[in-house]
Design a protein around this ligand. Structure first.
Ligand code: ADP
Ligand code: MG
Ligand code: ZN
Length: 482
């Protein structure tokens, strides 16, 4: 067959649910998982005569997001009606933004496995409201509908077709989610639908300018799923084109279980949404000052924070990346480092990445639920710094801190874990060990130096790990050189 080299052209449309307490145009709660249809009112049910009132908090979150991605925020934008008929959409239209979104431009920096970065441009971010949810599993005879989600605020983040590989799509989404979480505007939970992604995919021979015909893959419910679906669709389109066929512009539904996509509707069947400005809503006008105020209050964003961690704390690149992946972990690290000035930040970081994050993973909990706060962790470091406990005992103490909520001090006192640094006492133990292991002493003296570790181990065992390793080392050398 041909020797054509192909590349993918991908643009992603991400819907992020904003973490407001109430819906976009009414005061109903946005709480997830409550009794179906318990959070509804005439506005979100679309009853005649009910009028929408825009939620200021939703606008603020949307603007914060746009500013974080370097988008231009427009002082005037228009809410439009997107008309279509579906049981989960009682009004018969969704309020969205079409011709004049509140923001455009901006970019997301995707990081790839090898550490390199790619800048993916954004087309726009606009505001819209969510639809309800059809439930097909309640009865065999029909479909039920839950309108609790109806009217929940969303932002749609549309990328330019700048993505070239499945991996770049994964990196893009990971960064996007990370920033949304840093901003506190979205909980990023894909299972609960707070973050949804559609992928527009086409392929073209490497070197060609024009884009090929694209398909749109929907129902992607994980970032790895997006990556898989793009790979699948690339292959399908390439083999279609190589065998002389044509890609049909259509929407496909991803089936995660079967790892394949099936047709949903073709372009001819595509709905004409008959967009028009919503006559119930005035143009959205944002004050310059208000926008600037939101910009001033942006938190330090992950990319900058990661760089700063490297510089300020002398952390290796990989540590800085892991420690800033989540804002709460980064905050926790900084608090602990500040409260434990005697401990090297690298060591603080290691401890968090190993012990604290292990506890988080084990119980699938957030860092604030681990049960040891930065003050308590710093208290444990202080004991190590003072030589009260050894690094080895520290691990044991930490585990008990998690289990009991007690401070390191309390645990060390109560359990008699104070490190033994007293030379006299340790010398007695060292001598006992050497006396009881003559064959090994002979081996050592005849040049087999590896047995030194064995002696250290024996002393540690005899002291239940409490011996000061440095003192033990010195004493052993002394005694063995006689
Ligand atoms: P629609 O209104 O159908 O959603 P848009 O023009 O707004 O279409 O584009 C939606 C997404 O499709 C954007 O992310 C855009 O980057 C992407 N896109 C546009 N053309 C192509 C193409 N030929 N191949 C892949 N993606 C594309
Ligand atoms: Mg689309
Ligand atoms: Zn309502």
């Amino acid at each position: 067959m041909s020797e054509t080299k192909w590349e993918a052209v991908v643009g992603l449309e991400v819907h992020a649910q904003l973490k407001t307490r109430t819906k976009t145009f009414c005061r109903c709660s946005t709480q997830f998982g409550d009794e179906p249809n318990s959070h509804t009112c005439p506005v979100c049910l679309g009853l005649p005569g009910a009028l929408p009132v825009l939620n200021r908090e939703a606008v603020e979150m949307a603007v914060r997001t746009a500013l974080a991605f370097g988008c231009t925020v427009h002082e005037e934008s228009i809410f439009a009606r997107k008309n279509y008929f579906y049981p989960d959409l009682p009004k018969g239209y969704q309020i969205s933004q079409f011709e004049k979104p509140f923001s455009s431009g901006g970019s997301v920096t995707a990081r790839l496995e090898d550490g390199s970065e790619r800048e993916i441009r954004l087309t726009r971010i606009h505001m819209e409201e969510d639809a309800g949810k059809s439930i097909h599993t309640i009865s065999a005879s029909g479909t039920a509908v839950d309108l609790n989600r109806c009217g929940t605020p969303l932002i749609e983040i549309v990328s330019e077709p700048d993505i070239r590989t499945p991996e770049e799509a994964y990196g893009y989404l990971t960064r996007l989610r990370q920033v949304l979480l840093y901003l506190g505007v979205c909980d990023g939970n894909m299972e609960e639908g707070s973050l949804r992604c559609d992928a527009n995919i086409s392929v073209r021979p490497v070197g060609r300018e024009e884009f090929g015909t694209r398909t749109e893959v929907k129902n992607l419910n994980s970032f790895r799923g997006v990556e898989k679906a793009i790979g699948y669709e690339m292959e399908r389109q390439i083999s279609l084109l190589e065998s002389g066929g044509k890609v049909k512009q259509e929407s496909l539904l991803w089936d995660a279980e079967r790892q394949s996509a099936r047709s949903m509707r073709s372009k001819e069947e595509a709905t004409d949404y008959r967009y028009f400005p919503d006559p119930d809503l005035l143009p959205l006008v944002l004050g310059k000052q208000w926008i600037e105020q939101i910009r001033q209050n942006l938190p330090e964003l992950p990319e900058l924070r990661e760089k700063r961690f490297g510089k300020q704390y002398g952390l290796p690149a990989r540590d800085a990346e892991v420690l800033t992946a989540r804002k709460e972990v980064a905050d926790y690290f900084e608090s602990t480092a500040r409260l434990a000035p005697g401990t090297e930040p690298k060591k603080v970081g290691n401890w968090i990445m190993a012990e604290v994050m292990a506890a988080m993973g084990e119980h699938n909990i957030g860092i604030d639920e681990v049960g040891v706060n930065p003050e308590q962790l710093a208290g444990m470091f202080a004991l190590v710094e003072q030589g009260t406990i050894s690094g080895k005992i520290a691990k044991q103490v930490f585990e008990e801190m998690i289990a009991s909520g007690k401070s390191a001090d309390e645990i060390v006192q109560a359990r008699g874990l104070v490190q033994i640094s007293d030379e006299g006492e340790l010398k007695r133990i060292v001598r006992e060990i050497l006396a009881g292991n003559q064959p090994q002493v002979e081996q050592y003296k005849s040049g087999k130096e590896q047995v030194f570790g064995f002696f250290v181990g024996q002393v540690m065992k005899a002291t239940r790990g409490k011996a000061n390793p440095q003192v033990v080392n010195n004493l052993l050398k002394e005694e063995l050189s006689d």
